[in-house]
Design a protein around this ligand. Sequence first.
Ligand code: TYD
Length: 227
Amino acid sequence: MLRGQFITFEGGEGAGKSTQIARLAEYLRSCGVDVVTTREPGGSPGAEAVRHVLLSGAAEALGPEAEAILFSAARADHVAETIEPALAAGKWVLCDRFIDSTRVYQGESGVEPALLEKLEDVAVGRLSPDLTVIVDIPPRLGLKRIAGRDSASGGAEKDRFERENLDVHANRRARFLEIARSEPERCVVVDGSRKPEQVAAAIIEIVEGRLGPIADSVVRTDGRAGK
Ligand code: TYD
C-alpha cells in the first residue's frame, strides 16, 4: 500500500488555517483520497489532555522550556497514535500546526535552538511533512480576525499564545518566513490575506504542483494506485 501524504499548515493567529484545511480536505475527498484532519496541540487522547494545560496558561509559570517539553510530549503521542498509523494505512494527513509552531512560538519565547532540535528529534524522529503550507498574514489583520471571531462567539477568552502583543506576533511571522526560506523543498508560503476561496485555490494548485496529480496518489480498494 502507498504511504499517504503528510501536509502541515502553519502560520500566525487568525491566518485561516482551519478553514483552509477543511477546504483542502473536501477537495481531496472529492478526488477519492482518504483524508484525516488533525491539529496540535492535540490530535490524540493523550495529547488532547496536555492541550488544555498549555492553552489555558496553566503551564506558563513553569517557563518556556517546560512548555516546549509539553508541546513535544503531546506531539510524540500524536505522531505515534494518530499520524503514523494513518499514513501507513495510505491516508493523507492534514495537520493544523506541527514542528514549525514549536520552532517559532517556543523559539520566540526564548527556548534555545539546541533544546528545540533535541525535542523535535524525540517527538517526531524521522517523520517530516511532505509539504508545509505557511499561511501568511500581517499580524494586525490576524488579530482583527480573532477579535471578530471572539465577539461572534460571545467574547470567548483568548488563549495563552493569542494574548501576546503585536511585536511578538510580528516576530513569529518573521520566523515562519525564515523557515520557509531555509527549507524551500518542504515549505511554501501562501498569502492568507485574500478571500478564503482564493487562498483555497492557491493551496490546491500548490498541492498538485508539489505532490503530483492527486489521482495518481489515490489508493483504490483494488490496491492499485491512480486511475
Ligand atoms: P489553537 O487554539 O489550536 O489555535 P490556532 O488556530 O492559532 O492554531 O492554539 C494553539 C496555540 O498554541 C497557538 O497560539 C500556537 C500555540 N502553539 C505553540 O506555541 N507551540 C506549538 O508547538 C503548537 C503546536 C502550538
